[in-house]
Design a protein. Structure first.
Length: 269
């Protein structure tokens, strides 16, 4: 296993501390008080508390870093070049329905480049992590994207636009284009884990639109360091700005991207 940097150790320690809190609340999920944040988008006390734990722990170790947070928005740091991008609870809807598929996602962006990322699944105790230039890992094991070469043998993941968000007609057009060409499509409801699973070779590819930077920042780096390709729907590397992402191995990324772009081009006519 590659040796973790001091920065990575700080991130892992903070995630474990937040996870202890989240696991306790997950065991009592029916008693959680929640407030409605938007259509089908709920934020719990657990979510907010986890974010505060992460900010507190990371600020102690890196006081100059800024933050981009799901709940707290952007917090400027003394440093203009480094910031943490955090989703304290990706898969909030799963969490609130007692579905054991959710994660903590932390990335570090330095001068506009992703240099470190973790996606931690506290239920399965799987820590997906990567640092630029040293590869991607699940706990202590090196991971790689799948070696499949044909879409018709591949399992893909995606996200479904939910009530009040996204273009449902466009998504249905994507499904109509892609479904006949693949072995299966999965929707588990946590984009950070979808990307981590692509990195680990569990999924062969992933695509989704209307995401936020904190949904995918860590996962993007993990896929790249696992040997995968990542782009937005325009074929560019502007995922954090565009909100769209396509990920896969070197053989499958291009045909998946072509199908998605064809749908969007036809839909725009």
């Amino acid at each position: 296993m590659a040796r973790r940097s001091p920065l990575m150790n700080v991130m892992v320690s903070a995630a474990h501390k937040a996870a202890r809190h989240l696991r306790r609340d997950f065991n009592e999920v029916e008693q959680l008080q929640v407030t409605k944040k938007g259509p089908a988008d709920f934020v719990s006390k657990a979510d907010k508390k986890a974010e505060s734990i992460l900010v507190e722990e990371l600020s102690k170790a890196r006081p100059d870093f800024g933050f981009l947070l799901e709940e707290g928005g952007e917090i400027k740091g003394k440093s203009d070049v480094s910031r943490f991008i955090i989703d304290p609870l990706d898969g909030t809807t799963n969490f609130l329905h007692a579905l054991p598929h959710w994660s903590i996602s932390i990335a570090v962006e330095e001068r506009g480049e992703l240099i470190a990322g973790i996606v931690y699944d506290p239920i399965k105790e799987e820590l997906f992590w990567a640092e630029r230039g040293i590869g991607a890992y699940c706990n202590d094991t090196r991971i790689r994207v799948s070696g499949r070469e044909k879409l018709d043998q591949s399992i893909l993941a995606t996200g479904i636009p939910f009530m009040g968000r996204g273009n449902h007609d466009l998504f249905l057009a994507e499904m109509k284009e892609i479904m006949p060409n693949v072995a299966g499509i999965r929707r588990f409801g946590a984009a950070s884990l979808d990307l981590a699973y692509v990195a680990a070779g569990r999924y062969d590819g992933f695509w989704e639109a209307s995401l936020e930077a904190w949904d995918m920042a860590a996962g993007i780096l993990i896929v790249r360091e696992a040997g995968g390709y990542v782009s937005d729907f325009s074929g560019k590397s502007e995922m954090l700005d565009s909100g769209s992402v396509i990920a896969g191995n070197s053989r499958l990324h291009a045909p998946l991207e072509r199908m998605v772009r064809r749908v969007h081009r036809n839909h725009a006519k």
